[in-house]
Design a protein around this ligand. Structure first.
Ligand SMILES: *Cc1c(COP(=O)(O)O)cnc(C)c1O
Length: 361
C-alpha cells in the first residue's frame, strides 16, 4: 500500500473563501494570489477552483506560463515584474501584466524593442521597505511610464502593507494616507489590500484587492485562525496510525529522549514527519486529531513519524485516521507551536506527499 500521508485540497473551500472575500469588498475586483504553487495547494488545481477571479497574481514567470498553458485567459500579474530585460518579450508573448518597482525595470521598458504595450502596475513603497519606488518619486515614475511606448496607459498604482494583520495598529492607516496623498491627481486604478487588509481594513479595498492566504483559509492574524475569520481551510493534511504501544512511567519517547512518561501511557505512532513538511519544531503538546478527536504530540517529530498520546483513546487502532491540520484543527494552532504561521506550513508540504482533491459542491 502507498504511504498514507495525504494532503486533501477542498475545492469548495477555495470557492467559499473567494466568495467571502468578495462579500467583504463588494466594489473591488479580485486578484487571486497563487504564488508558491498556490500557497502549496497546487497551482493548476487552485486556479481551476478560483477561475472566477478577475486576475491571478504570481511570483514567477514560469507560473504565468503554467496558467496560460492551463487555458486561463484573465489578467495575470507578475508581482515582482521582470527580472531581466529579456523577460519583457516573454511578458508580451504571454500577455502578462508587470509590476514595476525598480529603476532598472523602467529602463528595460524605455529601451524595449517595438511591440505590443505591456500592462503595468506601479509599485510604491509606503512603509513596507521591500519593493517599490519611494513616495517622492512616484508621480515622476508614473509620468515616465505613461510616456513609454512599451506601456499601456491604464497603469494601476499599488502598495503593500507591513502590519495589516494587526487590526488595531496605526501603521496600515498611515500607509493608506501616504499612498492617497502622494497620488492625488494621478489617474488610474489602485490596489493596496492583502488578505488581512481585506478583512480588517475596509478603507484599503479600492479597485483591486490582492488576497492570497485567505483564499486558502489561512490567517496571518495573531491568535486567530482562518475559521475564526469566517474562512474554511482548503487543505487537510492527514495520515494513519501505524503502531501503538504502552510505555511505563520513567520511559522516554523519541530522539533525544526528551519526553519522559510520568505514568503508564498508551502511545500511538503516526506516519508523518518533517520529511512530509510537518514542522519539527512542533513538539510535545502540539494538538493532533485521531478519529476526529483531539490529542497531543509526545516527544520530538522525526522525519517519517511522530508519536502521540493515546492514553484517553482506548478504542484507537492501527489504521485509524490522523489529521495533522485542516477541518477540525486549525493549521494556525500547529504553526504557533512551531513558532511560525500557517502560510509557511502550507507552502512547506514536500513532494512525497500525495495530493488529492475533493469537491462537495
Ligand atoms: C503575497 C502577496 C499578496 C497576498 O498576501 P496575503 O497575505 O497572502 O493575502 C498580496 N500582494 C503582494 C504584492 C504579495 O506579494
Amino acid at each position: 500500500m502507498s504511504r498514507a500521508t495525504c494532503a486533501t485540497i477542498h475545492l469548495d473551500a477555495l470557492r467559499h473563501n473567494l466568495n467571502t472575500l468578495r462579500q467583504k469588498a463588494p466594489h473591488s475586483r479580485v486578484m487571486a494570489v497563487v504564488k508558491a504553487d498556490g500557497y502549496g495547494h497546487g497551482l493548476e488545481r487552485v486556479a481551476r477552483a478560483l477561475s472566477d477571479a478577475d486576475a491571478f497574481g504570481v511570483a514567477a514567470l514560469a507560473d504565468a506560463e503554467r496558467l496560460r498553458a492551463a487555458g486561463h485567459r484573465q489578467r495575470i500579474v507578475l508581482l515582482s515584474g521582470p527580472d531581466e530585460a529579456v523577460d519583457i518579450a516573454v511578458l508580451r508573448d504571454l500577455n502578462v501584466d508587470a509590476v514595476i518597482h525598480h529603476p532598472s525595470q523602467l529602463a528595460w521598458l524605455e529601451h524595449a524593442a517595438a511591440g505590443p504595450p505591456l500592462r503595468v502596475w506601479l509599485k510604491i513603497d509606503t512603509g513596507m521597505g521591500r519593493l517599490g519606488f519611494p513616495l517622492a518619486e512616484a508621480v515622476d515614475i508614473h509620468r515616465r511610464l505613461r510616456n513609454c511606448p512599451a506601456v499601456q496607459k491604464d497603469i494601476v498604482c499599488m502598495t503593500h502593507f507591513a502590519r495589516s494583520d494587526e487590526f488595531g495598529e496605526s501603521m496600515t492607516h498611515e500607509q493608506i494616507q501616504r499612498f492617497d496623498a502622494c497620488l492625488q491627481g494621478v489617474p488610474g486604478e489602485r490596489s493596496l489590500a492583502n488578505s488581512a487588509a481585506v478583512i480588517g481594513w475596509p478603507a484599503s479595498h479600492s479597485n483591486w484587492i490582492r488576497p492570497g492566504g485567505a483564499l486558502y483559509g489561512l490567517s496571518s492574524v495573531d491568535g486567530r485562525s482562518g475559521t475564526d475569520l469566517g474562512l474554511r481551510p482548503a487543505m487537510t493534511l492527514s495520515t494513519r496510525l501505524i503502531a501503538d504501544k504502552r510505555i511505563e512511567a520513567g520511559n522516554s519517547v523519541g530522539y533525544g529522549a526528551g519526553f519522559v512518561a510520568q505514568r503508564s501511557m498508551r502511545i500511538g505512532i503516526a506516519a508523518i514527519g518533517y520529511g512530509d513538511g510537518y514542522p519539527r519544531l512542533a513538539g510535545t503538546g502540539t494538538p493532533i486529531l485521531v478519529n476526529g478527536r483531539r490529542t497531543a504530540l509526545v516527544g520530538r517529530v522525526s522525519m517519517d513519524l511522530l508519536a502521540l498520546d493515546l492514553s484517553d483513546m482506548p478504542e484507537a487502532r492501527v489504521g485509524d485516521p490522523v489529521v495533522a491540520w485542516g477541518e477540525g484543527l486549525p493549521i494556525e494552532e500547529v504553526a504557533a507551536r512551531a513558532g511560525t504561521i500557517g502560510y509557511e506550513l502550507a507552502c512547506g508540504i514536500t513532494r512525497r506527499v500525495r495530493f488529492q482533491e475533493v469537491d462537495s459542491r
